[in-house]
Design a protein around this ligand. Structure first.
Ligand code: HSE
Length: 320
């Protein structure tokens, strides 16, 4: 993920201009609470220019355009500033445009995408002066996001296992079996991640912990080698049922799909539903089941697994 650095300054006076693309992500995948995440083929694309002054010009189009702040509280800007502070460099003036494809507040990693985009923009703007390694990117992003399971796949793509090591967060990226076909049902309503997190219990019975340990281990095998195990492997006892009271339509759809044999889970903290199907035909049947069992309007998105993760391009159009 090394950015290509242009040789000449931008014609409009910018010190440097970079464009960053970051995928949507689905965290947890059922049992893998705060650990497993999957990068999906919906993207935010952001272009940022740095200037030798104090300007801050932000524009946003697409998802969240009417609600995202365009001042220094903007999450992308805070993430850029976090990196500059961490490496001891002065924050430059910025012009930033975000074209957001990732739905906001739907459990598809919009905040993780914003944080990851900011970290990658800073990496691109600082390239040649400061070199940030993958573990730095994950650490910086996790410091802002609070948990690593969305930012790891947003930064690195594919299926990621993320964990907290003695010296900070670490990740392992895995390639997903080609037979796995993700489908996401996105509702019109939103869910607050902090509310959802407050509903998950701090202590659980040991048999529930063992249940999730077994399913998480199985899910890694199912997603990489044995998709036929995905229904068993996506069962969860740590968070989904506890959060169901705050999003009953979501829990109902997950249960209805699972009763029909589909590997359906709450996507991240909800309220979207992720189905890990074993092919296009299965996805189509899942959409038919959803249409039959719920009055809630759901937007069904047939997606691919994103294998690249976040990318950085500079104005010289090099892509990494
Ligand atoms: N693991 C987090 C949670 C994901 O479920 O709270 C939030 O996107």
């Amino acid at each position: 993920m090394e950015p290509v650095v242009g040789d000449t300054p931008d014609v409009d006076g910018a010190l440097r201009t970079v464009t960053v693309t970051v995928p949507a992500t689905s965290a947890n995948l059922g049992p893998g609470f705060d650990t497993l995440g999957l990068a999906l083929s919906i993207y935010d694309t952001l272009t940022a220019s740095s200037f030798d002054d104090d300007r801050l010009d932000i524009s946003v189009s697409g998802s969240g355009a009417d609600s995202i702040p365009t001042d220094a509280t903007n999450l992308v800007v805070r993430s850029i500033a976090h990196v500059y502070e961490d490496v001891g460099r002065r924050m430059p003036g910025l012009r930033l445009h975000a074209l957001n494809g990732v739905p906001h507040g739907r459990g598809l990693g919009s905040s993780g995408a914003a944080v990851s985009a900011g970290i990658l923009i800073a990496k691109g703007l600082l390239a040649g002066d400061v070199d940030l390694e993958d573990h730095d990117l994950l650490r910086l992003a996790t410091e802002l996001e609070g948990h690593p399971d969305n930012v790891a796949p947003a930064l690195f793509g594919g299926l990621t296992i993320a964990w907290m090591g003695d010296h900070g967060p670490l990740h392992k990226k895995l390639l997903v079996h080609r037979g796995v076909a993700p489908l996401v049902f996105v509702p019109g309503f939103t869910m607050s991640t902090s509310l959802a997190r407050s509903l998950a219990p701090l202590q659980v019975p040991r048999e529930d912990a063992v249940f999730n340990v077994s399913r998480s281990a199985l899910l890694v095998a199912a997603l990489t080698q044995s998709p036929e195990l995905m229904l068993d492997a996506t069962a969860d006892r740590l968070h989904q049922a506890y959060r169901g009271a705050a999003m009953p339509e979501t829990l109902r759809l997950v249960q209805a799909l699972r009763a029909e044999g589909f590997a359906a889970v709450v996507s991240g903290a909800g309220p979207s539903v992720l189905v890990l199907a074993d092919g296009p035909g299965t996805r189509k049947r899942a959409v038919d089941v959803a249409d039959a069992v719920t009055d809630t309007p759901w937007d069904a998105h047939m997606l691919a697994v994103d294998v690249r993760g976040g990318t950085i391009r500079d104005r010289a159009e090099g892509s990494t």
